[in-house]
Design a protein around this ligand. Structure first.
Ligand code: PEP
Ligand code: MG
Length: 763
């Protein structure tokens, strides 16, 4: 038989089970024995506790090979013989992705690599968990069963908890000899070039600093439980003091950022968290290991949550755990890391408050593994203009603290320990960029009038008070789109009316009398908050979102309208309704607004001087019915991102689709022209919002179609102004008109040629 020993599955997992398991692991490590014997004892203990017929530990070796170091259940002769390359087989995939891998039928998995010497033929279920310490993969823990079954969440959680401890033990040098550890170190010194995704534009050159610094060495198991319990208690007290102090020292932060910080306080005082930490200490762990253990369990639980909001909360908990670890290791309560002068901060995850805590002057760039364009930390990084890239699951594994690093926020490239030529070419690129920035800043007060005298308004998109400093530097003529939903997404719960009103007032103050168009919360789609109970939709972009939610849930829209009316007392108020599809939805929203206005009037409260409403034209249905919609509002705003998505039936989040469908498609341009004409015929001003306007060619074409008002990302204001001042709008309109009938997919190259020949600045 190929399996040395089979064992009927038995319990032992669950909260109590883990405690017992940790104690046994403690005993196994404490025994006087060789490294190999200790490891074998550990696998035995783990296998006997978790419902697994096989428990194996693979450790990382030279050349990133993963070597079977110990097994309970596979053939013994495979130990130190079976090796898998990084990314090879299920074990290699776990190491490479740094994520657990669970499958009910391993041989059917596309990555499965058969190793006859192990005798794993009859095994079907597979659970692999990486052993990670300080962001580096040290090995993989594997559990296997003969029956094809799914491991439960509880079992996966237990395996992750065990893996954290194993990583600790492995890092203590007890499982790898010195030579082997040195070999791994060597691999970390080659120049590396990796490609990720751009999140915030810009080039950054500096030196790597880990956001989560390597955890100071500490013991895993407690020598004296009472002492550890006391240390934990003191650590938690210090943590609360430090969180309170952080909030107090950021008293100038308002609105969303403030709410983010407040959620930290909630977690820091959370009773359940404290109880679980104490239980871990009483099971025999040191305070530090207890923190790692409980954080690992939390991460495992929250990573499985499908809700992006919940996953975001995981970052808050991670942050608190790191703070607590630093306090336990004797660092000061004010625990911001000392950064090098030119830090490229590298993090697996990072919360927005953590970023705000650093000295901004020292941060050149950010590499964050788990992040998206709508993550809270992205919003803050964008506001602080810190170039940022993502998309590297294994970067922490390639870079060491202090290594030279370049990040290119435009292409998503990262160069680690770059050669001198690469460094030189990026220095040049950076210089050119700052020259450009300075030139745009010096042009910010120039009139936005085309060469042939057509006035164009350039306004800016924003969503947080943090965006507002760009308003002045960019020289925008107003905020053409304030995405109010960002405040809803960041907070722990629905923002109170008072918090909403505070944010809107602050934005109006910062806009210094220039118009601000507040779009009511465009929730749903990918912008879903945890407190919004909603079913799973197959196609959320076309589901319950935008105005659809607003009219179905007046409890959401009415308080927001109240907050807007209150914030704009004595000033002009522009309210924009998102994703209008049916005329009836717009009517309902306007009705709710009228009711709120009446309410204020009847209670004698003052009102804004002017209240103007607008409809966002983002669906072909609304574009088609614009003649019926326009008379009902004071202005219309084209949401080009969504309108193009629905016109082409192409997901706006998909890079593949973006490359396939160009907004400079003559059909789409002709469709937009119709919208522009309908708005003109109704006598209603039209503005165009959408990221497409960051592209000079598209912006020029839209001017050629007759659009006179735009709202663009802050970074696009300068280049747009320069382009339009060199443009003859009339000549372009004449050039464009006959081409709207053309069958080509895109007019891009022809338009580029026309504009270049006519001296228009498009780069
Ligand atoms: C749009 O759809 O073009 C738009 C401006 O709105 P958002 O990008 O927030 O959906
Ligand atoms: Mg939209």
């Amino acid at each position: 038989m190929s399996i040395e020993k089979t064992r009927p599955p038995h319990g032992g997992h669950g909260e109590r089970g883990i405690t017992v398991l940790l104690r046994r692991m403690h005993d196994a490590v404490a025994e006087e024995a060789s490294a190999q014997e200790r490891l074998d004892n550990l696998t035995k203990v783990i296998a006997s506790h978790i419902v697994a017929e096989v428990c194996s530990i693979y450790l990382r070796r030279k050349g990133d090979d993963l070597e079977l170091y110990s097994t309970q259940g596979l053939k013994r002769e495979a130990v130190h013989k079976t090796r898998l390359k990084w990314g090879e087989g299920l074990v290699g995939v776990v190491a490479k992705t740094q994520r657990p891998l669970v499958t009910a039928d391993a041989p059917l998995h596309p990555a499965f690599a058969y190793r006859p010497e192990t005798g794993e033929d009859p095994l079907h279920s597979f659970l692999g968990v990486p052993l990670i310490r300080s962001g580096k993969v040290l090995g993989v823990l594997v559990l296997q069963n003969k029956a094809a079954r799914r491991y439960t969440d509880e079992e996966i959680g237990a395996a992750q908890a065990v893996a954290i401890l194993l990583a600790e033990v492995a890092a203590s040098g007890e499982l790898l000899d010195k030579r082997e550890t040195a070999e791994v170190g060597e691999m970390l010194h080659r120049p590396e070039h990796i490609k990720g995704e751009s999140i915030v534009q810009g080039v950054a050159i500096g030196h790597a600093a880990f956001h989560e610094p390597p955890t100071p060495k500490h013991r895993v198991f407690a020598e004296n439980v009472a002492v550890e319990a006391q240390r934990l208690e003191k650590g938690l007290d210090d943590l609360r003091v430090s969180v309170d102090a952080m909030i107090a020292s950021n008293a100038n932060l308002s609105g969303v950022s403030r709410e983010v910080l407040e959620t930290y306080r909630l977690f820091a005082y959370d009773r359940g968290w404290k109880d679980r930490l104490r239980a871990a200490v009483f099971s025999g762990l040191t305070a530090e290991s207890a923190v790692e253990q409980i954080n690992g369990e939390n991460r495992a639980r929250m990573m499985r949550a499908r809700d992006p909001y919940l996953r975001e909360r995981m970052h808050d908990l991670d942050d608190l755990s790191h703070r607590l670890m630093r306090l336990l290791s004797g660092e000061t309560a004010d625990s911001t890391r000392e950064l090098p002068e030119d830090a490229i901060l590298i993090a697996r995850i990072m919360g927005p408050a953590e970023l705000l805590e650093y000295d901004r002057a020292k941060i050149r760039g950010l590499v964050v593994d788990e992040v998206s364009a709508t993550s809270h930390v992205t919003i803050v990084a964008r506001a602080l203009e810190i170039p940022m890239v993502t998309g590297f699951t294994d970067i922490l594994d390639m870079v060491e603290e202090g290594d030279a690093v370049i990040i290119d926020g435009q292409s998503g490239d990262v160069h680690i320990r770059p050669t001198s030529d690469v460094l030189e070419s990026y220095r040049e690129k950076q210089e050119l960029q700052s020259e450009r920035q300075a030139a745009f800043a010096s042009e910010r007060d120039l009139p936005t009038v085309t060469k042939d005298g057509k006035e164009i308004a350039i306004l800016m998109n924003a969503g947080l008070a943090l965006d507002m400093p760009h308003f002045k530097t960019a020289g925008a003529q107003g905020i053409g789109l304030f995405r109010t939903e960002l405040q809803f997404l960041i907070g722990q719960q629905l923002p109170r009316v008072s918090a909403q009103e505070r944010l809107y007032r602050e934005v109006l103050d910062l806009a210094e009398g220039k118009p601000v168009v507040f779009r009511t919360a465009d929730l749903g789609g990918d912008k879903s908050a945890a407190y919004m109970k909603r079913g799973v939709e197959g196609n959320p972009a076309m589901g319950w979102r935008g105005l659809r939610i607003a009219v179905d849930r007046p409890g959401l829209l009415r308080p927001q309208l109240r907050a807007l009316l209150g914030a704009a007392v004595g000033r002009e108020l522009y309210i924009l309704f998102p994703l209008v599809t049916l005329v009836a939805e717009l009517d309902r929203a306007c009705e709710l607004l009228d009711r709120e206005i009446e309410r204020r009037k009847s209670s004698g409260k003052p009102l804004p001087t002017i209240i103007k409403t607008g409809a966002m034209i983002e669906t072909p249905a609304a574009a088609w019915r614009l003649d019926v919609i326009a008379p009902r509002v004071d202005f219309v705003s084209v949401g080009g991102n969504d309108l193009a998505q629905f016109y082409f039936a192409a997901d706006r989040e998909s890079t593949q689709m973006n490359q396939r469908f160009d907004p400079l498609n003559p059909g789409f341009l002709g469709f937009l022209k119709l919208v522009v004409e309908k708005a003109k015929a109704a006598g209603k001003p039209l503005s165009y919002c959408g990221e497409q306007v960051s592209d000079r060619l598209t912006a020029a074409a839209l001017i050629g179609l007759g659009v006179e008002r735009f709202s663009v990302p802050a970074t696009a204001v300068g280049p747009f102004r320069r382009m339009l001042r060199s443009l003859d709008a009339g000549a372009l309109a004449n050039w464009l008109e006959p081409r709207l009938q053309r069958p080509e997919s895109s007019l891009r190259e022809e338009l580029r040629k026309f504009l270049t020949e006519n001296g228009v600045t498009i780069d």
